[in-house]
Design a protein around this ligand. Structure first.
Ligand code: B12
Length: 258
């Protein structure tokens, strides 16, 4: 790597940032990928070329692991030359505050005077329940109790592979304040088709405006959820407290109680 590419992003240029490897501004990143080649000199060179094509200078193969016949897994290092200008970024930021569980309970119990009814499911063919359970079930996630642990939420967890029609029917029966959908599988963009279909059913039944509609999953962002017609989206590492805070504020706001 040429020395002039190793920009020291400090002082006036501190809005221009590079990944931090061994020292500030060196731009070093680690990448990993699999190539359909046997482990050996040709595979190593192909891996370095992949990294050059990712605009990484000084590509190095740190590790190559054969994955059966004619496939090899690579871990590589390279240096990113072009900095990111953080002043040019547009960030979709949720417009609610994270509030602690005691305050959530107090807000809802005092202002709404009844539990917020939440119906959740992993819909369509999606069989992954761990993410949804992490948010809804008492045991929660990463030491943070799920919505079932709050007295101010009534939780109906329908589990996985629930057809959108059944989810909507149950939400109507329960007079739900919120519908929570989990989508983990994204192969063939099945999550987009499925999430869109749910909005269409709710709109056709005149229920879209009656519920707070939330999508969650490892590939879900708040921006994507808004684009698909949802009120909010929650991605990886979401804590139940994030969802509890959002639901409390949004349900109360819609009733002019917040
Ligand atoms: C466990 C697991 C399974 C288990 C699921 C068991 C169960 N009861 O859930 C089983 C073995 C059944 C399974 C099956 C399959 N799986 Co699988 N599975 C996984 C695995 C290893 C972990 C998923 C998990 O539990 N994560 C932990 C939770 C806590 O994380 P999370 O889901 O991201 O949830 C968090 C957030 O996303 C968010 N969130 C999630 N949902 C919701 C919902 C709401 C409302 C909110 C607010 C937030 C929220 O909050 C959670 C907490 O922070 C992942 C790989 C991985 N390491 O992630 C693959 C993975 C998800 N599976 C995958 C695949 C392909 C499959 C199969 C298609 C495999 C196959 N060919 O049969 C099948 C699909 C079956 C089906 N019809 O859906 C792929 C998905 C690829 C893709 N992007 O489409 C992954 C990524 C593996 C991989 N690398 O290929 N799987």
């Amino acid at each position: 790597m040429k020395p002039e590419m190793n920009v020291e992003m400090r002082g006036e240029n501190k809005h221009l940032i590079l990944p931090y490897g061994d020292h500030h501004g060196d731009g070093v990143v680690q990448v990993s990928f699999t190539l359909p080649l046997p482990d050996g000199p040709l595979g190593d060179e192909a891996a370095r070329q992949v990294m050059r094509q990712m605009s990484l200078a000084d590509p190095q193969v740190a590790e190559s692991v054969p994955l059966g016949e004619n496939y090899t897994f690579y871990v590589g290092y390279g240096k990113l030359a072009r900095p990111v200008d953080v002043t040019k970024l547009k960030v979709a930021r949720p417009l609610w505050d994270k509030i602690d569980p005691v305050q959530v309970e107090r807000l809802v119990n005092e202002r709404l005077g009844r539990p917020i009814v939440v119906v959740g499911a992993a819909t369509g063919s999606d069989a992954h329940t761990v993410g949804l359970d992490a948010i809804l079930n008492y045991k929660g996630f990463a030491g943070d109790h799920g919505l079932e642990a709050y007295s101010c939420f009534k939780v109906v967890n329908m589990g996985s592979q629930v057809p959108n029609e059944e989810l909507v029917a149950r939400a109507k029966e329960e007079e739900a304040d919120a519908i929570l959908v989990s989508q983990v599988v994204t192969q063939g963009n099945v999550h987009l088709t499925n999430l869109t279909n749910l909005v269409e059913i709710l709109e056709a039944e005149g229920w879209r405006d009656r519920v707070v509609l939330v999508a969650g999953g490892p590939r879900i962002t708040h921006a994507l959820a808004l684009e698909l017609g949802y009120d909010a989206g929650f991605g990886p590492m979401t804590r139940p407290q994030d969802v509890a805070s959002y639901l409390a504020q949004e349900v109360l706001r819609r009733k002019s109680l917040y």
